[in-house]
Design a protein around this ligand. Structure first.
Ligand SMILES: [Zn+2]
Length: 405
């Protein structure tokens, strides 16, 4: 009996501790009085827990609030150097690693190009080396690190910690990357699909700050999306949610990498824009890209097309508008289905070609049926190309905060 009671008391204290830590993390700098007013915990409980969190270096005193008469109240905030995680963002072309502080900011980061997407040994070595190198570069003591998060192209199984069969990284098929990283670094490791992680990072530190339910759409060379509900990644049952890129948008459309036809990704992604540029140039459509294409076809890549569009090249502008039309319709479908607090759109099409975002809005908003949506529902990414690596770091932080009890 006594033992059970003891556990219950400890459990309640841990819950209160997590509530206060989360509160300070989200709302800080904040006074004890504000914590008391918002959490309904007693001053004694708050004092004890705050003292404990300061002793552990997780929070700190951060100046004084304006006095309303009498002593100025002390402000409490998260201690950015309380703990750190390693975030790793893997793409078909590179591995990006960063050390993320307790406030979600990268303190050091590095990007390494991947030589051969089919070479299993070299890919694993590159990932392990990227983590080792970023830890060394940070010069932080090992005990400051509480976890590693890896964002990777899917499909993958986060519960088993295995990357399954990514079409653009064939060398990583069936690689138990979580166990390999845990064995090598002796830290807790979590893996997640890249777009899920980007959704999480925009919610914690980007366009979705202060919200609980958002969708992130990555409009890049491929098209992915991630859903966060109740501040947690919505994985589907058992996994696999968020594949907006493989929803059919054109019944008789071109074949997709996934094997189906007319997927959003096959029609409107960066890959599709590049394919369409080639088709139009061969058909004789005039463009500043045409001479480049006839000299070397693969020089007309997505980067070159975005550059041309930013210089108002008519073909490039039209191709990106065509892509935005399809993606805009997909956004309207998401809104009609789940009406999230916000859809955050990132990826190079939005980040590097600003008119794209306006075109998405023009297409999506008039197609929204729901009377509850707001025009401000669509937002462009705040974290941009950092969203993946910061989100991966958050995976480690999330686990630490859940277990900080
Ligand atoms: Zn597909």
């Amino acid at each position: 009996m006594i033992d059970i009671k003891g556990k219950n008391i400890r459990h309640v204290k841990n819950m209160n501790r997590n509530v206060i830590l989360e509160f300070i993390r989200n709302q800080g700098p904040i006074t004890k009085a504000e914590i008391a007013a918002r959490t309904h915990l007693s001053f004694t409980a708050i004092n004890n827990i705050v003292d404990e969190l300061i002793r552990e270096g997780l929070i700190m005193e951060a100046g004084f609030d304006i006095s309303s008469g009498g002593r100025k109240p002390i402000l409490l905030d998260i201690n950015p150097s309380g703990v750190y995680t390693v975030g790793v963002h893997l793409s078909a072309f590179s591995v990006k690693a960063a050390v993320i502080n307790f406030r979600g900011a990268p303190v050091v980061q590095e990007e390494t190009k991947l030589a051969d997407a089919a070479d299993r040994g070299a890919l694993i070595a590159s990932i392990l080396q990227a983590v080792q190198s970023i830890i060394d570069l940070s010069k932080l003591p090992r005990e400051k690190f509480v976890g590693i998060g890896l964002a990777s192209p899917g499909p993958l199984d986060p519960n088993k910690g295995v990357i399954l069969s990514p079409p653009n990284l064939p060398g990583l098929a069936s690689v138990p990357i979580r166990d390999l990283l845990e064995e090598r670094f002796g830290m807790t490791v979590r893996i997640e699909k890249d777009a899920n992680v980007m959704a999480l990072s925009e919610l914690w530190y980007g366009a979705g700050r202060g919200m609980s339910n958002i969708v992130y759409v990555d409009a890049d060379i491929g098209i992915g999306s991630g859903i966060v509900f109740g501040r947690k990644i919505y994985q589907g049952f058992p996994y696999g949610a968020g594949e907006i890129g493989h929803g059919t948008i054109e019944l008789d459309g071109p074949k997709c990498n996934c094997g189906n036809y007319g997927c959003l990704e096959a029609v409107a992604s960066g890959m599709a824009v590049v394919r369409r540029a080639g088709e139009e140039i061969r058909r004789g459509t005039g463009s500043e890209l045409a001479p480049m294409y006839f000299e070397r076809e693969d020089s007309v890549d997505l980067e070159a097309i975005i550059r041309a569009a930013n210089r108002r090249d008519e073909l490039a502008v039209n191709l990106l508008r065509e892509s935005a039309r399809y993606v805009g319709i997909a956004l309207a479908n998401i809104i009609n289905m789940i009406t999230p607090e916000s859809i955050v759109i990132g990826g190079c099409l939005v980040n590097e070609y600003p008119p794209y975002f306006d075109q998405l809005k023009e297409v999506a908003l008039p197609r929204c049926f729901s009377s509850f949506h707001k025009d401000s529902l669509l937002q462009s990414s705040v974290l941009k190309s950092q969203a993946g690596v910061i989100g991966a770091g958050i995976l480690g932080l999330e686990r630490f905060l859940a277990g900080a009890s």
